[in-house]
Design a protein around this ligand. Structure first.
Ligand SMILES: [Mg+2]
Length: 239
């Protein structure tokens, strides 16, 4: 195997159990905002939220929408869809922002990591890799999440797309990450769960990539990826 010195590691749903933590936060949000009085059912709301959220994050990573649009819209659509009483001007953008603030604060306080994440970080640190978190997540949220889950100290640097001025998979993001960390392209490996933003982005920037199959164990990448691993534990055996 090639000798890597620097690891670019995605955070959400690669180390941090973003989906699991958000499920808990959504149910707390439902309670806290009194959605039971306003919406048809919890299940319908969650389903609408996940669908909308996934689609919007795809658009956000392609720079088609802004962060401000995303945080309002991911609640505006499901709330309006699931409202018991359909009203033309409900929910307002201000109300959605308020919902978003509560939700982000609930989310970012959750400590949940994916199975094997801490052991993996311990192992990689012991092996002497320099580790850089590479994420499209929002600035004010990512640092809180990092502290809540206790992984902050493992990273030599934190590279966020809001600082880079571009999202993964844009080459601008990866060039910024190389420049800021001083990592060499040829001895860097990007590890992530998102085929498009983490893997295709890194490969396009001339960086080797490792896909962690968080979502579909049978997924076959359309492009040749340097490494594909079904669990986080498999990473230690390779690196
Ligand atoms: Mg991810």
């Amino acid at each position: 195997m090639k000798l890597y010195k620097d690891l670019f590691i995605d955070f959400d749903d690669t180390l941090y159990d973003t989906r699991g933590n958000a499920i808990i936060a959504l149910s707390e949000l439902y309670e806290e905002m009194g959605f039971g009085e306003l919406l048809e059912s919890e299940e319908k709301f969650y389903e609408a939220y996940w669908q909308t959220n996934l689609a919007l994050w795809g658009q956000y990573s392609r720079n088609e929408i802004t962060r401000d649009y995303l945080i309002v819209e991911r609640f505006r659509r499901p709330l309006s869809e699931c409202a018991i009483q359909k009203k033309e001007n409900w929910p307002t953008a201000d109300y959605c922002l308020q919902v978003s603030d509560v939700f982000l604060s609930l989310c970012s306080s959750k400590p949940g990591l994916l199975d094997g994440a801490r052991e993996l970080m311990d192992d990689l640190r012991r092996k002497g890799y320099r580790m850089h978190l590479c994420s499209n997540g929002f600035h004010e949220v990512q640092y809180k999440k990092l502290r809540a889950c206790g992984l902050m100290d493992y990273f030599d640097s934190v590279i966020l797309s809001e600082d880079a001025g571009a999202n993964k998979p844009s080459a601008t993001f990866f060039e910024y990450a190389l420049r800021t960390t001083g990592a060499k392209r040829e001895s860097t490996l990007m590890i992530g769960d998102n085929y498009q933003s983490d893997i295709v982005g890194a490969l396009d920037a001339g960086i080797d990539a490792m896909l962690y199959l968080r979502w579909d164990p049978d997924f076959v990448p359309p492009r040749k990826v340097n490494y594909v691993v079904p669990t986080l534990r498999d990473i230690s055996a390779i690196l």
